[in-house]
Design a protein around this ligand. Structure first.
Ligand SMILES: [Zn+2]
Length: 259
């Protein structure tokens, strides 16, 4: 699942290939970019920085241009050998390829991929409005609590934690596992969840997400995600599932040990 740890992992893989380097070739094979002339606009420019911000990835080029990506549920970043590698997805699904030496950075399936000025990234609320990044080294817990308390207190805590303005990087998987690890019912209204309980959720997922950002092995942290009808590994009660919030994200929880 593309969540904050997935994006940090991708950035960690892309950084040694591109940061401080001028790419040898940039291509945008997807038809939607036909008239955008990215290869011409980015030609000869070095990549200044590869940044992960919550679930957003930013490739910053010299001259004040930035490629902004958000994978939603379907997109993917891969770093492949430029020659002789079998691609993990069909080549026609590549929206962007950046070759540098023997390596090829590929963005598959978008769905948000845009070239913008640095100035716009400072004002675009999808990026500038993000809450503290849960995977980043510096993390301001007090700011997360402040933002959560400004939000609708009747919203289920699970749903509130998906709001990227409150905390950036948590997606549906980490919401579910975090609530389970902390023993908090994801359906409880945010206003009825104490600061300590919120921090227990956040502190449970943060080191796991950081580990996954380092090694890319997110799946091993799935404990109750997708286990409806099976016994909870902690108390044996059968795990339940139901869609939550405006986005209808499927939510798994144990009614036995999550209060
Ligand atoms: Zn349980």
């Amino acid at each position: 699942m593309p969540e904050g740890d997935t994006i940090h992992y991708a950035a960690n893989r892309i950084r040694p290939v591109l940061e401080g380097r001028v790419p040898d070739a940039i291509r945008t094979p997807h038809p939607r970019f036909g008239r955008d002339r990215w290869p011409e606009r980015l030609a000869g420019r070095a990549v200044r920085a590869v940044e992960a911000r919550g679930k957003h990835l930013l490739l910053r080029f010299e001259g004040g241009l930035t490629i902004h990506s958000h994978l939603r549920m379907t997109g993917s970043w891969r770093v492949l050998d430029a020659v002789g590698t079998r691609w993990p997805r069909a080549p026609r699904r590549a929206w962007l390829t950046i070759r540098r030496g023997e390596r090829l950075v590929v963005q598959f399936d978008g769905p948000v991929l845009e070239l913008m000025t640095d100035g716009r990234t400072r004002f675009d609320q999808r990026i500038a409005g993000l809450g503290p990044d849960i995977v980043a080294e510096a993390f301001d817990e007090a700011r997360v609590l402040r933002r959560l308390r400004e939000d609708d207190p009747t919203r289920p805590i699970g749903d509130a934690l998906l709001d990227q303005k409150t905390v950036a990087g948590i997606g549906n998987l980490w919401k579910i596992e975090g609530c389970w690890l902390a023993g908090v019912d994801p359906w409880r209204p945010a206003g009825a969840v104490s600061d300590d309980e919120v921090l227990a959720i956040v502190r449970a997922v943060r080191p796991r997400m950081q580990q996954s950002a380092r090694d890319g092995m997110q799946d091993r942290f799935k404990t109750i995600y997708g286990t409806a009808g099976r016994p909870c590994p902690r108390c044996g009660t059968l795990v339940r599932s139901r869609a939550m919030g405006d986005t209808g994200r499927m939510t798994w929880w144990c009614p036995g040990c999550q209060r």
